[in-house]
Write a protein that binds this ligand. Sequence first.
Ligand code: PHE
Length: 333
Amino acid sequence: MKKELLQLFEQAREEFKNTASSDTKAQEQWRSLYLGRKGKISEMAKHMKDLSSAEKKEIGKIFNEGKKELEQLLGGEVGAQKEVAIDMTIPGVAPAIGHVHPITQVMDTVVELFVGMGFDVAEGPEVELSKYNFDLLNIPKDHPSRDMWDTFYVNHGSSSEDVVMRTHTSPVQLRAMEDKEPPVRLIVPGRVFRNEATDASHETNFYQIEGLVIDKGIGVPDLVGVLQAAMKGLYGDDTEIRLRPSFFPFVEPGFEIDVSCKLWEAKTNGKKWLEILGAGMVHPTVLKNMGVDPNEYTGFAFGMGLDRLMMLNHGVDDIRLSYTGGLPFVRQF
Ligand code: PHE
């Protein structure tokens, strides 16, 4: 076996010499033939077990040294070649890592801010009974927002059991209060749907964050204080809010709230006030529908459009860009 082994090494060395050092394919073939897992050397090593222990010692030594020498041959050649073949200074290919959508980023920031003020987060279904979306919110049957043009009906009859794609996050006010007692401080982030003719500022699908606070002695100053703190938290201490009277059937009094901040002013060519929120004191009828005594408790609610915030933050001028799924858009944020 000793002779055969020496012959094998000799043969391998000879063959290697005849392989051009630039021919990596031939070198690999050679490596596989001799040094591979099923190569000639491994095959021969299998017979070692039949040898006496003295022979094993001697042959084993030849075997190890020979193998090492062949590996070095290869290492030297290939190693020398590698220095040329791999240029360590070429920049690598960065792995593609995704990130959350800009609307989700805004949502996360706003949620975090209100959670910091002691609010809990509640959620509700996107496909909703019209009882929650309208009736319990004091929105009567003949209100324009119930019109087929405003609402996607999943099935349209004339009962409160109609199923709609929710048109706002306000129904969750009612759902959440089914198993809660005041005092409550809730926010509800979520997706809402309206049957709109789409354009740069209207989409059939958008996102809102609802807020609901109910406790003893809650008044408009609390609403103003919380929203002012939230907006300052989001956009800095010089951010201002402004209330304008408005009408929503589920609040009394109701307001539209405008916000002014330096970031947006810069993105909108100096436009100062931008309407971001609907808000108001929870209507006594709605409190009753929640099982809350309006003589004992009062509360405020607000709803803000997240798409709008995202667009203002980044100076995006078309809401539809958010929903195209186009990577060139989302990669900017
Ligand atoms: N749900 C209203 C809307 O979508 C916003 C709102 C919420 C207004 C809460 C007042 C109170 O327009």
